[in-house]
Design a protein around this ligand. Sequence first.
Ligand code: 6YU
Length: 496
Amino acid sequence: GHRDAKVVIIGCGIAGIAAAQKLVKAGFHHVRILEATGRSGGRIKTGRIGDKIVEIGANWIHGPCEENPVFCLARQYGLLDPEALKPENQALDVRGHLPWVPRFFSSSGRELNAEDILPAQKLFLELINESSDFQSQRGEPWPSVGDFLRAQVQQHAAEKWKDVDEATRSLRLCVISNMLKVECCVNGTHSMDEVSMGAFGLYKTLPGLDCTFPGGYEGLTQNLIEELPAGLVTYNKPVRCVNWNSAKSAEPVMIECDGQKLVADHVIVTVPLGYLKKHHSTLFHPPLPLHKLLSVQRLGFGTNNKIFVEFDSPWWDADCEVIFFVWDDEDAVVDQVPDVQTSWIKKLFGFTVLKPTERHGHLLCGWISGHESEYMETLSEQQVTDAITQLIRRFTGNPIITPRRILRSQWFHDPWTCGSYSNLGKGCSEQDLDNLMEPLPPKGSKSQPLQVLFAGEATHHCYFSTVHGAVLTGWREADRLISHYSLITPSEFPKS
Ligand code: 6YU
């Protein structure tokens, strides 16, 4: 029966682990995971700076509430702070925007007043919510979220801020440029000009105030792995080619690794969309059907990196949770720098403060997305440290601030990820997500069904780019196989 079906899962990130967990529980006996690297977790990756824990990849549980599988698993494994478990915490709905205590500094070296910033913040938040509520329609006037935001901001400034003095109006527009860069990080995109207006609203947030894992996000993947049968995961085993529709063998799929061939009845592919974009032509034989290939190309996969910066003592106030750096030459409402090599650092929107201090010390996390972030990855640690030091000294006007050390992520140059997470690029629609998750061979084909299945963050309808989205896609593809075997007659089962 289904116990004998050979299932190979490619990738030991959370989606692959979730798929394996569900299949094993349902009684599948021949499940294995092939992982390219020497570790499990993929983009869930906990690291250290000195003796402090930091997240190199996923940071928060976005929307911790009963419907969020990551929250439920983390609670079950006892991985959360008591604060995060409070019902009040789960009920708060902030639509994905965090109610943090901010500080603003300008490139002229002074701290800005919150009151001066407020109208810009309010306007931006309204417009972002409007973009999310925007229903896709034929012939929509805005090709991208960036185009929409820029046009609306400029109109608003001309009409509503016309009596405001020139310097204040200019400052507000510079603040909006800063907020655009924040939005680029959230969306994992180079520029909001690349994000589809019509599809922006497909992403759904869950209620609950985002929380972190005090002992590290990897506690989640570790706990799940420990529940799987020993030896189910094979590490350092990159898959080079998935040969599907092979009529020769009883098992229709043949998987090539370096110097090894494996056969299977079903393969669940969970490699990141970035990897798929780069390697699809060699990863699948025969190649992906055209409609699927076009969706792989159309969907966006961008870079968002973190730069952790540690200090001997804080230069920010005790209540401060996020620090924004506003460039006073950016009143053109921009989220891209004029020259990547000389001004990449302008893309860094600022820092989040790691709390509580007892746990993290004096640690900030800088955020930078896009091509500027990809360029940053190629610089030496010393070059990045120098750029960060100069930046902080300039914005605070304090010439002696010196970081103790830094640690950054380099997701674009990670050969098994090729970026950070997916977004809906210009011209994308829900159909592209459908195409991406559609199993091979496509519907209507006469060959054996469900040879190649697709899971992973980028294949979720409304929670793409998140850990809970990835979990749900792993479970979805496991369920697809489980219901397949519960529907077919015994004579159709693969023979052992
Ligand atoms: C979340 C968060 N978070 C920050 C940063 C990053 C991501 N995410 P995996 O890649 O994990 O696994 C694939 C495996 O396959 C891997 O192990 C490979 O080695 C392996 N592999 C590849 N090729 C192979 C081959 N050939 N053979 C064998 N194996 C191979 N998510 O919930 N909270 O705070 C963040 C963040 C810097 C990089 C994040 C966050 C995304 C998650 O990390 C990610 O989705 C999952 O871990 C992916 O799991 P997986 O199994 O699919 O792949 C309006 C609107 C807005 C839309 N977006 C808003 C949402 C905000 C997104 N937030 C992200 C923010 C941060 C800060």
